[in-house]
Write a protein that binds this ligand. Structure first.
Ligand SMILES: Cc1cc2nc3c(=O)[nH]c(=O)nc-3n(C[C@H](O)[C@H](O)[C@H](O)COP(=O)(O)OP(=O)(O)OC[C@H]3O[C@@H](n4cnc5c(N)ncnc54)[C@H](O)[C@@H]3O)c2cc1C
Length: 381
């Protein structure tokens, strides 16, 4: 059994109480509006949850990877879209922390502690799973760079939200992924950078996902994150933590679906007894409970691997993301089935949970890509 520290458990309790009292009652409305809830995001900033993994010297909470897992899990049990905002923010924080210089950290990280959110922009219309094929170009002009291109599906960027972005570009197409790509840390108000279409999504509707357009966007060399040519490595530096974040979100969504299904199965009677008395339903519940527990253990295992700088973190994070996201979809599907026709209508949370779960198998590396990573790690030994 994993033993959590007092500190980790108190973070979980703090987020649990806030999420159940303040976030859950608004989840349906957030979903209908299809926008992040500004008051909730501001409160998460004030509570130090958006900046959970940022050290105290930059205004953050300075907490560890397990605390991150528990915080995202508790948020995911209420409003998955809001939990996705938090999960993305942890990824962005990590990338900045691992790769930025002191001036950049001092400029951008305290903003998160003030409740502002940032984004990580890699995906383009022609480059999803194959991230090495991006086309957004940054061309040197004296001591500046001029950026042109379009990013799509970028979380934490919307009409009103999204303060800064970690942007991955191509600086030398001849060199490819190793040496030819450069990361930038860019303020939203930079001339030439605009937020385009806000996507109208199936689920996690309380999280903004938008297109980003760069048109002759001039930035000084001081915006380079890390060094010129190091962009692909920087993009990949966030992968393990990002995958653990999505696994944690999967746990929250799965737990919400599971709890709703168990409760409903005891309340709903057909043929003169609660449907939970039927072995067919009990077997669903056993499968759901087992997959949820296995997903939790894989996610905690990956978080410990990351905290301990284990060489196994890559495979552990991929396994956690792959298994937990598939488990969440299985559990959401079975929870809806247990609700029968009522699961299909919006009066019950499970309808929203089912939609929210679907993205888990796609972003931060699809399930197919996770299987490529896992098998590659196994076969190289
Ligand atoms: C809501 C949402 C939020 C997102 N947030 C962000 C974000 O903040 N930042 C960001 O940069 N991106 C973000 N993304 C993009 C996301 O990471 C990509 O959608 C994802 O990586 C898949 O890329 P794609 O959609 O282009 O699909 P494709 O890569 O075109 O894949 C299509 C299908 O082909 C499969 N496939 C592809 N290659 C292989 C292969 N070699 N072997 C087997 N199967 C393969 C895939 O698994 C998938 O099933 C977001 C996407 C969504 C929908």
């Amino acid at each position: 059994m994993f033993q959590f520290t007092e500190e980790q458990l108190s973070v979980q309790e703090l987020v649990h109480d806030f999420a159940q009292k303040e976030v859950l009652p608004l989840a349906e409305e957030n979903d209908k509006l299809g926008l992040p809830n500004k008051e909730i995001i501001a409160a998460l900033g004030e509570m130090g949850i958006l900046s959970l993994n940022i050290p105290e010297e930059y205004g953050g909470s300075g907490l560890d990877e397990i605390s991150k897992v528990l915080a995202i899990y508790e948020m995911g049990r209420t409003c998955a879209g809001t939990a996705e905002v938090v999960s993305t923010q942890m990824l962005v924080n990590d990338i900045v922390l691992m790769n930025a210089n002191e001036e950049q950290k001092a400029e951008f990280l305290p903003r998160v502690a003030e409740g502002k959110i940032g984004a990580f922009a890699l995906t383009e219309p022609g480059a999803g799973s194959d991230a090495g094929s991006i086309r957004t170009k940054a061309v040197r002009d004296g001591s500046d760079f001029i950026i042109n291109g379009t990013k799509c599906f970028i979380s934490n960027m919307g009409k009103d939200e999204g303060d800064f972005v970690v942007l991955i570009t191509v600086t030398d197409p001849q060199k490819g992924t190793h040496g030819g790509m450069t990361a930038f840390l860019i303020d939203r108000n930079t001339p030439g950078f605009t937020v385009g279409k806000l996507e109208d999504k199936l689920g996690i509707r309380a999280a903004s996902v938008s297109e980003l357009i760069f048109q002759d966007c001039r930035v000084p060399e001081s915006c380079v994150l890390g060094s010129v040519g190091d962009g692909f490595r920087i993009a990949m530096s966030g992968l393990d933590g990002g995958r653990i974040g999505v696994a944690s979100l999967s746990l929250g969504i799965a737990q919400h679906a599971f709890d709703s299904a168990v409760k409903y199965s005891k309340e709903r009677s057909q043929f003169g007894r609660p449907i939970s008395k039927n072995q067919g339903i009990q077997w669903y519940i056993a499968d759901m409970a087992t997959r949820l527990e296995a997903a939790k253990l894989l996610t905690y295992n990956a978080a410990y691997a990351r905290m301990n700088n284990s060489k196994d973190v890559v495979i552990a994070a991929s396994m956690a993301k792959y298994f937990a996201s598939e488990a969440a979809n299985y559990i959401a599907d079975k929870a809806l089935q247990i609700h029968g026709g009522y699961g299909f209508i919006k009066d019950f949370d499970v309808e929203r949970i089912y939609r929210d779960a679907r993205i888990l198998k796609i972003f931060e590396g699809t399930s197919e890509i996770q299987k490529i990573v896992i098998s590659r790690e196994v076969l190289k030994k």
